[in-house]
Write a protein that binds this ligand. Structure first.
Ligand code: ADP
Ligand code: MG
Length: 698
């Protein structure tokens, strides 16, 4: 590295420092007001910003600009326009106006809209989101934007995210006011820890399932998996550490604070954690991170797998969404305070989250529901599909003491009277992190751990922000009417704990007993698959809440539900088609080749001597030949399912058919092929084995 980190950091970002240095004081302060307080931007200010942005971008090697947005496909989209405009003298001018900065019209007819845009009216428009900095990528100035239809419906993930941030801002400010605190804004912050696999590109290219679907659809377990636990936090291999160095540098240039990196549990699995940022920025950054991770991997002759379950029997990859609320004055609302009054405030915000998670378990669950993540949730590596909250023993005991009006027997014995007593000091839970909880309080933030590694973090933060805004709205409505604030507050907190303690669980979330207790005793929901979860988006209580806080319109909710289910169906369909293709073109012919050799060998050996028993050859042949019959039947069953699926007209029925018929048939087919792999010589096997893939980078 020739340059120092501070020189590199953010060098490709039109960030606050650049704005301050390059914009006039007046333009800067107006823009800043737009960024922080959502004040509308005047056209002349936009022109001034655009002109500086263009000059800065050109100085930094950019030739094009694009509105960069996040359609509902889950990946980002961009359409590049060059700055160049012909000049009268035959030369060119480099132009970029405020109008072009603020609004774009990509041809968007092929992005999913769930029926929101009739095709004759296919255009949507993109609108600049000044709260996320513009940046340069591949010689292109990228302008983060929201993406809407001309009738104003959101076609992306950013618009509802921004709306949800507004909702929580509004309600949290009302609550803070009751504590005598006038703040400019409350915002939510997120740090998204990202897991991923790195494998060798040559090996990857040979696996058609990985190429087409991002995960292996076949593969017997290697003799060595992750049972030794020697990979976790182990020494990073030189090739991987070179990759991480380059990755960090690329991310730093884009102003992404990549901070920690380590190996994960599975072989070839790693993790990257950035320093947290405003939710909106963190979301953009995470999308960029995933893109850069894949790009840098290619440059190193490797492929970065972001699928949540690339390998059966090996831990999948997730994403941890560390979430907190804070004010412009730097106060973290989830940080236990020093004084009794601050403690009461902390407890109220804590309660708001607890209640939100309980009331909207289904929304949180469905916000992470994808075909890929269904393979991971509830396996013994990731939290179950049941949503619960981990607070740690001490904080739970404190809440219980408040609820029961009993003394808290912590380090100091105190009767808890909110607003009068300080919270007893409780140590931050650092040792027992309870990784089995989907939603854990970790000292001054909550960590939502159910996300799949390829999920956009927008979805869960939209739901989380909206749900917490709703708890806060109820609290503000009630407390604003109270005659005696402190008494009302105490009663409110007691009531919330009593009503929602069923969601609190500090035990082992992976255990069988928990599933039983959660569903049978506590009545928590256990939405195991995407088709189970997604339709709940349309439940009246959810639609009402999301509309009340202006996060979604009713039409948007319906279209999103449809798109998510469509994505699910398409994903599994492609997997099934890939399986059929691989079985018919490769696996069956390969097994046949090996059978042929075994048969030839057997008859050859027998022709030499009638005493040879050929036990190995014959028994292998018998089982393999039986397996080819089973495989043929299974592949025919799967083909039949593929045909039948096409006839389903309703997306709900279609997704249920996939869950109930297609996926089980895929499992059957895989089981036979994997058994055949164990019996067939490696020379004849048409694809690299799990061992060859997982240990391909050294
Ligand atoms: P650990 O490594 O023990 O899981 P860290 O403190 O390193 O915990 O945090 C993990 C992630 O949480 C990082 O991305 C970090 O930036 C983020 N994070 C830390 N504090 C906050 C906070 N107040 N709000 C949101 N995210 C946070
Ligand atoms: Mg974590």
């Amino acid at each position: 590295m020739e340059k120092s980190i501070p020189e590199i950091f953010g060098s490709l970002v039109f960030n606050d420092r650049v704005m301050k240095a390059r914009l006039s004081d007046e333009v800067y302060s107006k823009l800043k007001k737009t960024i922080d307080e959502n004040v509308r931007l005047d056209d002349d200010v936009a022109d001034a910003v655009a002109a500086e942005m263009r000059d800065w971008a050109i100085e930094n090697g950019a030739t094009h600009f694009t509105h960069w947005f996040q359609p509902l496909t889950g990946v980002t989209a961009e359409k590049h326009d060059s700055f160049i405009t012909p000049a009268e003298d035959g030369g060119v001018l480099m132009e970029f106006s405020g109008k072009e900065l603020i609004k774009g019209e990509p041809d968007a007819s092929s992005f999913p809209s769930g029926g929101l845009r009739a095709t004759f009216e296919a255009r949507g428009y993109t609108a600049w989101d000044p709260t996320s900095y513009a940046f340069i990528k591949d010689h292109t100035l990228c302008i983060p934007t929201a993406f809407c239809s001309f009738s104003g419906e959101a076609l992306d993930k950013k618009t509802p995210l921004l709306r949800s941030m507004q909702a929580i801002n509004r309600q949290a400010k009302r609550v803070l006011k009751l504590f005598g605190k006038e703040v400019k804004y409350v915002k939510t912050s997120v740090g998204a820890e990202q897991e991923y696999f790195l494998i060798d590109k040559e090996v990857f290219d040979k696996r058609r399932d990985l190429v087409y679907t991002g995960r292996t659809l076949f593969g017997a377990m290697p003799p060595k998996g992750q049972e030794m636990d020697d990979h976790y936090f182990g020494v990073i291999k030189p090739r991987v550490s070179k990759y991480m160095e380059d990755l960090n540098e690329e991310l730093w240039k884009l102003g992404i604070l990549a901070k920690t990196e380590h190996n994960e549990v599975a072989p070839a699995q790693h993790e990257m954690a950035p320093i947290y940022a405003t939710t909106n920025v963190a979301t953009d950054n995470n999308q960029l991170t995933m893109e850069i991770m894949q790009k840098v991997a290619r440059e190193h002759g490797m492929v970065c797998l972001l699928h949540e379950k690339p390998f059966k029997g090996v831990n999948g990859s997730g994403k941890h969404n560390n979430w907190s609320m804070s004010t412009d004055t730097g106060m973290n609302l989830l940080s236990p305070g020093e004084t009794p009054y601050e403690n009461a405030q902390f407890l109220l915000f804590l309660c708001a989250v607890i209640q939100a998670v309980d009331d909207y378990q289904d929304l949180l669950r469905l916000s992470v529901a994808t075909a890929g993540n269904d393979h991971r949730l509830g396996a013994d590596e990731a939290p179950p599909a049941i949503i619960s909250v981990f607070l740690g023993d001490e904080l739970t005991d404190i809440l219980t003491a408040i609820k029961n009006d009993t003394p808290y027997e912590g380090t100091e014995k105190v009767q808890m009277k909110l607003g009068v007593h300080a919270l007893p000091r409780f140590s931050r839970d650092t040792t027992d992190r309870n990784r089995t909880s989907p939603f854990a309080f970790t000292g001054n933030k909550f960590e939502f751990r159910s996300l799949g590694s390829s999920n956009s973090i927008a979805c869960c933060n939209i739901m989380l922000n909206a749900a917490v805004a709703e708890s806060l709205r109820q609290y503000a409505d009630e407390l604003e009417q109270a005659e005696d604030f402190e008494t009302a507050l105490h009663e409110l907190i007691k009531r919330v704990i009593t009503q929602h303690e069923r969601i609190l669980f500090n035990g082992n979330g992976y255990s069988e007993e928990w599933v039983k207790e959660a569903t049978e005793v506590r009545g928590l929901s256990n939405l195991v698959t995407t088709p189970d979860a997604m339709p709940h988006l349309l439940d009246k209580k959810n639609v009402d809440m999301l509309m009340l806080h202006k996060v979604f319109t009713e039409t948007e909710i319906h279209s999103r539900c449809e798109i998510m289910l469509e994505n699910y169906c398409k994903t599994v369909r492609i997997e099934a088609l890939t399986m059929v293709d691989m079985v018919r073109k490769n696996y069956l012919p390969a097994i046949e080749r090996y059978l042929h050799r075994l048969a030839e060998t057997t008859s050859l050996m027998r022709s030499v001597s009638s005493n040879v028993r050929c036990n190995y050859e014959v028994s292998t042949m018998e089982r393999l030949s039986e397996l080819t019959d089973f495989i043929l039947d299974a592949v025919k069953d799967l083909e039949a399912a593929l045909d039948e699926e096409k006839t389903k007209e309703d997306i709900f029925k279609e997704s249920e058919f996939i869950r109930d018929v297609m996926l089980p048939r895929m499992d059957v087919l895989r089981k036979y092929v994997d058994e055949a792999e164990m019996l067939t010589s490696q020379r004849d096997w048409p694809f690299p084995s799990y061992g060859q893939i997982l240990f391909s980078v050294y």
